[in-house]
Every structure is written in C-alpha cells, then in structure tokens.
Design a protein around this ligand. Structure first.
Ligand code: SF4
Length: 548
C-alpha cells in the first residue's frame, strides 16, 4: 500500500480503565456522598443513636447525615412537607422539602401476618401514625406521620410480635417477597417459606450484607405470583427431570429509569441451598457492584456488562466453590396471578383475596379486619405484591359471611376490573421525590371508571407513579402512568402523566414479557386522565378478538 500523506494520528495512550467503584477491583475509596456516609459508619449503627439520643432530643437533634442517609436502614424516611407542588421537587434543598414526620416501613417478609401481628400494626397506626397504613406493592405496610420520639416504642411493640423495620429501606437486602399462598396453594409443589425465614434470620441486620451499592430486591416463591422478573434476584419453582422440585434462579431485574428484566442463569437450586446461593448473589453485588454513580448502581447494570455466563461462573467459582446444577425453565403463568376472590386451599378450606383501593388502608380498617378474620376462624392474613390482601383458612360455610363483612369495611373480594388492577405509589402526599399526586387520583380514577364502564370484564392493570422511579412498576402495566409536569391546553404546566401502553409480565417462558411502549408524545394532564383511560378501554373493547 502506498504511504499516505495524511499525518499519522498519534497512537492513543492506553487509557486506564476507570473504576466503577467495585470493591473487588480495589476501588474502595468512597466516590459519592452516599458511599462516604456508609463508609463513615455502618448505617445499622444509627439505631442506638435513635434510641439513646434522637428519640429524647426530638427532630432537631438529628444529625443530617443520619436523617437523610442511615435512617433508611431502619425503615425511616422523612415525609414531604405538605403543600409543596411537584414543580419544586427538583429545585428545593432536602431540608426545604422534608417534614418533621416520618414514613416508617414495616417489612413483612413473604407478606405473612398472624392476627397478633396485624393487630399490633393496627394499634401502632391509630396510636402513633394518624391511622395511616398503606399496603405496598412489595408486601410491606407503610405508616406515616410517625414522630422520632415514638420510634423506640414502635420497635418494641413490633419486635414483641416478631416484626421488624430492619433494612426495610436503604442500600441493603429489602423485604423478601414470597407467594401469598405459600403452604396452602393446590398448585405449589414446595413452599419456599423456610428459605425466606432462614435468610431473614441469618442475613438481615448482618453488617456484612448491609452496605450494598444500592437496594437489593428478592423474591422466593414456588408460584410466579409476584413480579419475579423485576427483582435483583428471584427463585421460581421448577421440577427438574432428574433432581425433582427446586427453584430456578433469575438475576438482574429492575425498573426505574433504565428498566431491565431479570435473566435466568440456567441453575436449579434445591430449597435447602437457596440461602447460600442468595448470599452468593448478594456478595457479588456487594463486591463487584458499581458504586461510583448511583443511577448505575443496581445489580442489573453489572449483569448487563457481564452477561449470564460470567455471572454464573463468578458465583460458582468465587463465592460457592462448586458447580451448580443446570436446570430447566419453569412454566410461567400467562398473566399475573393476584389471588383475588375465593379459592380452594389444599386442605379443603378457602382463602379469600380482597382489594382495598390502590393499597390504601388504615389502622382502623386493619383492626376490624383482624376481628372479622378471627370471627371466621382464621389467624392468618397475607399481603400481595399488588397492594391487596388475603384471609386464609376459611371454611366453606363461612365464605359468604366473610365477603360481606370485608365489604363493610371497604375490602372487596369481588372487585371491578378497575379496582382489582389499579395500583398507585405513595406520590406527592408523602414522597419527597414525587412530582404528582397518585393515591387520591387513583381512588378517583377507579370510582369514575367503575361508574362509566360498569360492565368492563377484561383484566387490566393501571399503575400510577408519582415520578420516573416506577415504584408502582410503570413499565409492566397495561396502562403505566409516569408522573410528570405537562402542558395543558392553555399552555400552563400542570400535573400529568406520560403513558406507557402494553407492558406485560409473566408470559409463558418469559418469551413475550416486556415493557410497555413509552409513547413519547402520549401524555395526559391529571384532569384528562380518567377520560383518557376510558377511551383506551373502550377502544380495546371495540377491537378485541373473540376470547381475548
Ligand atoms: Fe415516590 Fe416516585 Fe417512588 Fe412514587 S415512584 S413513591 S413518587 S419515588
């Protein structure tokens, strides 16, 4: 080849790969304020200061680094100050946005409560939380209006009945989702609850697992009746042709602004080995997870870079010291399973799934629920990952009476499709990141659609989110609503939603699971929303094929 006259480009000096803050690669130096705060003091240590100092000194005595950082490890977030509109969310300083009251998240692993636990939460709600109690889409209960002075007494009462707020929020292993019908379902082959219990017992509150790059979400359930594809780790039941029943391992799911579905590692895990394998996955996240930028710190980013083969290899070689068993894919349901209505248990009794509206409950309602359940011979209530609840162990001849009594306290076992399929995140009422109102708007939406589309008979999910964070799983709803400010017809900025249509989870073998299409131009003001949803529903009814 003839020599070129073009001056040679100077050979680029090989750039030193920039660390992402992975501990295992030696990038230990804290790289952002959150990492600094966790390094300065393990967040779990803040409990002692809450009990010994802050509960006595009141809100003004709280060190801001604890208030806005470490408190979360004990389920505590400051609430948003009332009256601050969504337009100011991004511009105000944290101290201008926050109230002196707290949201307190009670973790309910597996969503399972006995009546003593339910009554304790109800009592705490009425006594210390202005009767607030929201059922979240991760099987927790959130209380609001909590004062720091009351937190030690609340902990004492919760812990007396086996409940806790430990690591309910923060960069740590959050509540472990389980099937609300674990141990009673006719379709279940193995109950995953022993693995959930062991993980909670061995690892929750252990400082070795309490400083992760970001939050870590888990689900362990034979039935795929939760959002298994959007957790950091999920174990889903599957029967291996040679080894029998066990669990299929999925990793790296998550929603928010960079949604990603979890992927199968192709591994079959027997029930007894779930805690060890779970700890291996969490340890990979702790050691190799990205800590430099918070918006890239979830496990899904590491998995995206590594791929499943490398992830599996590191898990086996570095963390477990042994090969794991290859496993088949589980049979997955064609649509989400919410357990609403009356269903047979394997012991011949029944469970009844009932819907509040958008997860909104109260201490008063929960305490009446406990009375009703007891009167109908039940000691067990379960929460679902769809902001709903179940009453277990009901004899055939008590079912109708239970349904009537639940209806009287605002829990509907035969809800409309709208009430059944609508969820809403906390939103602007209490959340400091919110841009729009969600809960009250969700309630209005359900009421309006029930009135206007009484006979709507299809399954439909409508998820309202107060900001792009997708706590109520925007992208996996039929109609996903992402709160933002939009222009109304007068050119004014008002609360509204960007619309995602056609998200789906839980499709057979995961083949058609996917995210709703974010239609760029498709936005509705909050005022237009009911009409918009009604129009989508009517178009769907007009265009659906037979049997759809
Ligand atoms: Fe708050 Fe946004 Fe999450 Fe809703 S989606 S609870 S507004 S962070």
């Amino acid at each position: 080849m003839a020599p070129s006259n073009t001056p040679a480009t100077p050979t680029a000096r090989p750039r030193k790969a920039r660390g992402e803050g992975q501990w295992a690669l030696g990038h230990r130096e804290p790289l952002n304020p959150n990492e600094r705060s966790k390094k300065d003091d393990n967040p779990l240590n803040v409990r002692t200061r809450i009990e010994n100092i802050y509960a006595h000194g009141g809100f003004s005595s709280i060190d801001p680094a604890d208030l806005r950082g470490r408190f979360r490890w004990w389920g505590l977030y400051t609430q948003r100050k009332a009256g601050i509109d969504g337009g100011r969310t991004a511009v105000l300083e944290p101290e201008e946005l926050e109230d002196e009251y707290f949201m307190l998240r009670v973790r309910i692993d597996g969503g399972a409560l006995n009546l003593a636990q339910l009554r304790t939460i109800a009592q705490i709600s009425t006594e210390f939380a202005r009767d607030s109690a929201d059922i979240t889409d991760r099987q927790n209960i959130q209380l609001h209006w909590v004062r720091i002075e009351d937190v030690p007494e609340i902990w004492r009462r919760l812990e007396a009945v086996g409940l806790q707020t430990t690591e309910a929020c923060g960069d740590c292993p959050r509540v472990v989702l389980g099937s609300p019908v674990a141990g009673i379902s006719v379709d279940e082959v193995i109950d995953g609850t022993p693995a959930i219990d062991e993980i909670v017992e061995r690892y929750i509150g252990d400082p070795a697992y309490s400083n992760l790059p970001r939050k870590f979400k888990t689900q362990i359930s034979w039935l795929a009746d939760g959002p298994y594809q959007v957790n950091d780790v999920s174990f889903v039941g599957v029967v291996h042709p040679d080894h029998g029943p066990g669990f299929d391992l999925w990793v790296g799911g998550g929603l928010s602004t960079n949604p990603r579905l979890a992927e199968r590692l192709g591994i079959w895990v027997p029930l007894a080995e779930i805690p060890e394998v779970w700890a291996g996955v969490v340890s990979i996240f702790r050691d190799y997870g990205y800590r430099r930028l918070r918006h890239r710190a979830r496990l899904k980013f590491l998995l995206a870079d590594w791929g499943v083969e490398k992830f599996r290899e590191v898990l086996e070689k570095e963390y477990l010291g042994r090969a794991l068993v290859d496993g088949p894919a589980p049979d997955l349901p064609e649509k989400p399973i919410d357990h609403i209505g009356v269903h047979k248990q394997r012991d011949g009794k029944n469970y009844v799934g009932a819907a509040p509206v958008v997860g909104r409950s109260s201490g008063t309602q929960l305490s009446r629920l406990a009375e009703i359940a007891e009167r109908h011979g039940s000691d067990r209530v379960r929460l679902t990952a769809y902001q709903k609840l179940l009453v277990l162990d009901i004899a055939d001849d008590r079912v109708e009476s239970l349904i009537t009594d639940l209806r009287e306290i605002g829990l509907e076992a035969r809800p409309s499709s709208w009430r059944r399929g609508t969820m809403a995140c906390t939103g602007i009422e209490f959340c400091k990141l919110a841009i729009v109102e969600t809960k009250a708007r969700g309630e209005e939406l359900v009421a309006r659609l029930e009135e206007r589309l009484k006979d709507f008979d299809a399954d439909i999910s409508v998820h309202l989110n107060g900001c792009p964070n997708a706590c109520a799983r925007t992208q996996v709803a039929d109609i996903g609503l992402k709160g933002q400010l939009v222009m109304n017809s007068h050119g004014e900025q008002v609360e509204g939603f960007q619309i995602h249509l056609g998200g789906a989870l839980g499709m057979a073998k995961g083949e058609t699971a996917g995210f709703g299409r974010k239609l760029r131009g498709l936005k509705a003001t909050a005022e237009e929303l009911p009409e918009y949803v009604e129009r989508v529903a009517r178009n769907y009814l007009a265009g659906r094929s037979d049997g759809e």
